[in-house]
Write a protein that binds this ligand. Structure first.
Ligand SMILES: N#Cc1ccc(CCNc2nc3cc4nc(N)[nH]c(=O)c4cc3[nH]2)cc1
Ligand SMILES: [Zn+2]
Length: 382
């Protein structure tokens, strides 16, 4: 009886609440209700590929306002193994993160392995990036792994076509991705508490994107992602694909643009009606000594900062900007000190999370275009 009642009440693990659509653009303000809490959208999701957002503790992530983080099926399957994480009580418990988690399906990661992999209808055969051992990922296997991890949002196992790719290849690949989505949905053990998102493919071809969007959204799911972008194509091309793909997605479900991104791409994506983003950019460039600041990019490694005893970003109130100077951060990065990676990661994530908070406020007040104009002038000087 309880099972029945539970199922009836929660048709989906994740429910999207559309609060407002911006009058000036296609931007939306929303809330994503999940079993581990409510997420205000548009949202940027820090990437924690191997069950950790590199250099950050969960408390630090919460302090800077992270509402949800991303982890990765491929990496966790390879090491330490999804079965171990399941025995540990699931990914939330294993990594001591009690807010929402989204896991990518491994599709993109396996395809990034390049020649080390063979794609068949059944799934993808590949060699481990760790020890070269042979493995096989299928829609069923990728779903089983994510069921074991217990993430709140699980991604369909798809094929992200490379860029550039010829039309016929992209067509065959998007049609296989649709068949794989059906298999993921059939294999999914816990739809009442883990939301399966479908992923639209179709490369940079308008008719193929329309075909994929039709096929993927014909399968009733709690959310949909746009894949196959941020794969090396020119920015303008990505924006054009979004222009004609986003309107094909249902308004009452969240839209997730995978692998994006930089401040300009986040703003351009929000303007076109995207609700969710993820990217390794802020954390990766932090470890290499580059900061995103209100005055634009600052490469603290540069000699010009050797005796710059001012804050990294005068307009930022994060822990790093309140307590350290550019000279000290440069010193840490030059010495490859772990604290350098930590302090710049704290700042960069805070910067993007604050950007998204400002974006939500601008949508609320119908002034997103003005906000974007001011931001671009300060950050890009244009
Ligand atoms: N630093 C840095 C940096 C490194 C890589 C990138 C590109 C990330 N782009 C990207 N991630 C993706 C994940 C994806 N996952 C799946 N399952 N499917 C995709 O089509 C897909 C497409 C993606 N495109 C962007 C910045
Ligand atoms: Zn800061």
């Amino acid at each position: 009886m309880i099972e029945k009642d539970y199922e009836r009440k929660y048709m989906y693990a994740v429910r999207y609440e559309l609060i407002k659509t911006c009058k000036q653009t296609g931007a939306r303000l929303g809330r994503l209700h999940t079993p581990h809490g409510v997420i205000e959208t548009p949202i940027f999701m820090p990437v924690g590929t191997q069950a950790t957002v590199k250099a950050m503790t969960p408390e630090e992530l919460k302090d800077i306002g992270s509402q949800i983080i991303l982890s990765n099926t491929y990496h966790l399957y390879m090491r330490p193994g999804h079965d171990l994480i399941e025995r540990a009580g699931g990914l939330h418990k294993f990594m001591n993160w009690d807010k929402p988690i989204l896991t990518d399906s491994g599709g993109f990661q396996v395809f990034s392995l390049g020649p080390l992999r063979k794609i068949k209808e059944e799934g993808v055969e590949f060699r481990s990036h760790l020890d070269g051992s042979k493995h096989f990922l299928s829609p069923e296997k990728a779903t089983e792994i994510q069921n074991a991890l217990g993430s709140d949002i699980i991604m369909a196992f798809d094929e992200c076509a490379p860029y550039p790719a010829d039309r016929q290849y992209v067509k065959n690949s998007l049609e296989r991705t649709t068949r794989w989505l059906e298999r993921c949905k059939a294999a999914h053990k816990y739809p009442e508490r883990q939301a399966l998102f479908g992923i639209v493919q179709g490369g940079m071809y308008k008719e193929l994107r329309e075909q994929s969007a039709r096929e993927i959204t014909a399968i009733d799911l709690p959310g949909y992602a746009i894949g196959g972008l941020s794969v090396g194509e020119p920015k303008e091309m990505m924006y054009e694909v979004l222009d004609y793909t986003v309107p094909l997605l249902p308004e009452d479900k969240p839209r997730y643009l995978m692998g994006v991104g930089s401040p300009d791409d986040l703003l351009e994506g929000v303007l076109r009606g995207i609700d969710m983003f993820d990217c390794v950019l802020p954390t990766r460039i932090a470890r290499n000594g580059t900061a995103m600041t209100s005055q634009g990019k600052v490469v603290v490694r540069n000699a010009s900062y050797a005796e710059d005893f001012t804050s990294l970003d005068p307009e930022c109130d994060c822990y790093t900007c309140r307590n350290y100077t550019k000279a000290y951060l440069r010193h840490l990065i030059k010495c490859n000190e772990i604290l350098g990676a930590r302090l710049l990661t704290i700042h960069n994530l805070h910067f993007l999370l604050k950007l998204m908070e400002n974006v939500r406020e601008a949508i609320r007040e119908d002034r997103l275009l003005d906000y974007k104009k001011d931001f671009f002038e300060k950050y890009y000087g244009k």
